[in-house]
Design a protein around this ligand. Structure first.
Ligand code: AMP
Length: 504
């Protein structure tokens, strides 16, 4: 695997150069290589290659060492952020069936061998140096499994191969004729946007500068860390950039080193791009597009002054090895005609864990793996535009949420009889929050707060909706839930059979 060979070389040759930073902790290339080497040897003694290992934690340096130890040792890894609620973690464990659990934060697990934070630290830092083995991965082996919201109510594990990732990193590298020296990471490692900073940074021999969850919630800390990072490339969701832009000091005077922002994960609004170009004259903005199922991103567009003045920003040309098809009822759409975006080629993952490839949106076209994205778009002169979704998937602060996933988890609560979840959008059409309309079962009298507490054990914070009790659901002419009407109600338009418990 080309990516791992280069990283192997960097870990041996870059010595004291900083490789990975999180809050006050820092690992040089040499230290990272040593930590990963010891851990890799230890894992090889305990576990069998080819079977997943779950990595639980946040952005502790030991997580970085664990990614490398798994990658070099031939273990597909499943990154799970420590903010994941217990029930969700249980569902991931049941699906991924890992042979071991590496926990960078305290965790209790039954029946699965677990390396606790103390043991992990001891392995990484203790004893003599053990060199990382030269990588010998086959291209069709699984590299990582990333879990994302699924419409069945259970998270879906996307199986990404060595070939998928090699192809992505080589494309990312081609996008940067001048390699950034410092790459800023925003996303949690359980979100595939982080793949766009972590692996390219180590491949380039750059510094991966991570922003922890705690830092991201503390504006002054966030800005001072960003300042001291001297980040040249930031990999962000557009929502996060909007948050930064809310502070006037997010500008070239304070962040003179910033040269490029790589966006992916949700629609980049022209307004956001315009404001960035104004605050950072000459900034390079890349608007990349792709689902987790196609290894982070498969297209990217440069957004300059001219592009930023359009009503909808392009998402760009496909990376090498990928073909974009716009399909309309089984046929290829004409130039400029809208249809479903179907991605074909070497970035398409190997499917979902435990599911037949053909039972899903994955498939084959012209002898190559394909994935029907559920996105509506069109092509114009070889450039892709993505207009929105064909289903009820939404993005909240860049996180993917299937409304049905929220509905299934809410209706699994014993006191709940009926549920419909709708999204609320801001003026720019961006989903800002979810509202769950709930009818409680007869004789049930749980409060909103109680329901919310129960739901928080099942779903991550960003997926938990505001709850509104309703006595009777409005139906449309087909006798189905009138979601349009419920959206209006959520927006405060008109009366509805509100339940008095809403005021509790
Ligand atoms: P995820 O797998 O969480 O990264 O979500 C993938 C989905 O995010 C895509 O199928 C799109 O709906 C949306 N998406 C990703 N990038 C963009 C973009 N640049 N513009 C618009 N939507 C995007």
């Amino acid at each position: 695997m080309i990516m791992l060979e280069k990283i192997w070389k960097n870990l041996r040759e870059k010595g004291d150069a900083p490789a990975y930073l999180c809050e006050t902790q820092q690992l040089s290339y040499q230290a990272l290589g040593e930590w990963a080497g010891r851990l890799c040897r230890n894992l090889q003694k305990r576990f069998s290659p080819g079977i997943p290992i779950l990595l639980y934690g946040h952005k502790q340096p030991v997580m970085a060492a664990a990614f490398l130890a798994c990658a070099f040792g031939g273990f597909p890894f499943v990154p799970v952020d420590s903010s994941t609620p217990k029930e969700r973690l249980r569902a991931i464990l049941a699906s991924a069936r890992p042979q071991g659990l590496l926990a960078a934060e305290p965790l209790r697990a039954e029946k699965i061998p677990l390396l606790s934070p103390e043991v992990l630290e001891q392995i990484c830092q203790g004893g003599e140096a053990v060199p990382l083995p030269f990588p010998a991965r086959k291209m069709d082996e699984l590299f990582y499994i990333m879990y994302t919201s699924g419409s069945t109510g259970a998270p879906k594990g996307v199986m990404v191969t060595c070939e998928n990732l090699d192809s992505f990193v080589s494309w990312m590298t081609a996008l940067f004729p001048q390699k950034p020296a410092v790459v800023v990471n925003q996303a949690a490692f359980s979100f595939d946007l982080s793949v766009a900073d972590f692996w390219p940074a180590l491949f380039w021999g750059a510094r991966e500068y991570t922003l922890s969850r705690r830092t991201q919630r503390d504006y002054p800390a966030l800005f001072s860390q960003l300042e001291s990072s001297a980040g040249e490339l930031m990999v962000l969701t557009p929502s996060f950039a909007s948050l930064l832009l809310a502070d006037q000091s997010f500008c070239a005077q304070r962040f003179p080193m910033l040269k490029t922002i790589f966006f992916c994960g949700e629609t980049l609004l022209p307004k956001t791009a315009q404001m960035l170009l104004k605050r950072f004259p000459g900034l390079r903005i890349l608007n990349a597009y792709g689902p987790t199922e196609c290894t982070v991103a498969v297209t990217a567009a440069e957004i300059g002054e001219k592009e930023a003045s359009a009503a909808l920003l392009p998402v760009g040309n496909p990376k090498p090895g990928m073909e974009i098809r716009i399909e309309n009822e089984g046929r290829l759409a004409e130039e400029g005609e809208e249809g479903e975006i179907v991605l074909v080629g070497d970035s398409v993952a190997a499917g979902y864990v435990g599911t037949e490839l053909y039972a899903t949106s994955f498939g084959m076209r012209n002898g190559k793996r394909s994935y029907c994205t559920g996105d509506l778009g069109w092509m114009e002169n070889g450039v892709l535009y993505c207009k929105g979704r064909l289903d009820s998937q939404v993005k909240i602060h860049g996180y993917r949420v299937e409304l049905q996933d929220v509905e299934k988890n809410l209706s699994a609560l014993p006191s709940v009889a009926e549920v419909v979840v709708v999204s609320r959008e801001d003026r720019n059409g961006r989903t800002v929050r979810l509202v769950g309309f709930v009818r409680l079962g007869d004789g049930q009298n749980q409060t909103k707060r109680q329901l919310q507490a129960l739901l928080a054990q099942r779903l991550p914070e960003y997926m938990c909706p505001e709850i509104r009790f309703i006595q009777a659901f409005p139906l449309n002419e087909n006798g189905k839930y009138d979601r349009k009407r419920l959206k209006e109600i959520a927006d405060g338009k008109g009366d509805f059979a509100a339940d008095p418990r809403n005021w509790e």
